[in-house]
Design a protein around this ligand. Sequence first.
Ligand SMILES: C[S@@+](CC[C@H](N)C(=O)[O-])C[C@H]1O[C@@H](n2cnc3c(N)ncnc32)[C@H](O)[C@@H]1O
Length: 275
Amino acid sequence: MDGGGTRDHGSVVDLELDRAHSARMYDYFLGGITNFPADREAAGRAMAAFPSVLIAARGNRAFMHRSTRHLARSGITQFLDIGTGIPTSPNLHEVAQAVSPRARVIYTDNDPIVLAHARALLRSHPEGSTAYMQADVTDPGALLEHPVLRSTFDFGAPIALSLNALLHFITDRHDAHGIVERLKAALPSGSTLTISHVTPDFDPEAIARLTAVYEAAGTPGQARTLDEIAAFFAGWDLLEPGLTPVLRWRPDPDEPHLNVTDAEAALYAGIARKP
Ligand SMILES: C[S@@+](CC[C@H](N)C(=O)[O-])C[C@H]1O[C@@H](n2cnc3c(N)ncnc32)[C@H](O)[C@@H]1O
């Protein structure tokens, strides 16, 4: 990174440090250092609108750990993570490879700041078992044809697709459900889909305030109800315990978030398997 820009194949990409980005706000909520004044200002407004947003972010991250561990233990060795975010250890590949050292992980995001930090995501053992591709989920055709995806994965074996805390940034204007169907159709039988998603079901006023802050910061979003989120899994078999408030999905008794209410965490989470 250099002066607010980063190099991508020789050209300088504008990191837009003068405006807030969801990846950097999320990094701030998680206690990271890859955020700038515009991100911190917007994050402050988000915290005023929805004071438990830090707890929600951490609860979401803990779900990523538990769900990845569960899938790796079930024998899946290929993980496609879209909307990866700025590296925050442990990252998905660290969790998966701690269970299954031969697991291969592809990270994807559309934010150039994530690309600029991708090297941290690619430090893995064995060398070369993680890859990064810059792609926008709103163009699923291009994402699915990306040479990194085609050269890294065996499409004859199950793939664990994760869309964690991503789809609430994809509004119905972009046909979020159509996008997810395109991704699902490309995966072989036995593949899984993991989703965590902000919901207005528990505290609609607070979530409306939070959505308004993101919209004002230039990141429109859409919180969805239980039924709307369940529709992303259509035709696939939900794994136990189903689509649940994020803290209730196979909770680890040692996790500190168990004292948090569902309204404070404000996300649903689940995993389904392709028949
Ligand atoms: C809240 S973070 C979630 C990070 C991580 N998945 C997790 O759950 O801990 C959302 C990420 O989605 C990315 N994102 C938003 N819109 C996207 C799009 N259209 N295509 C790809 N990534 C996107 C953002 O850049 C950000 O890094």
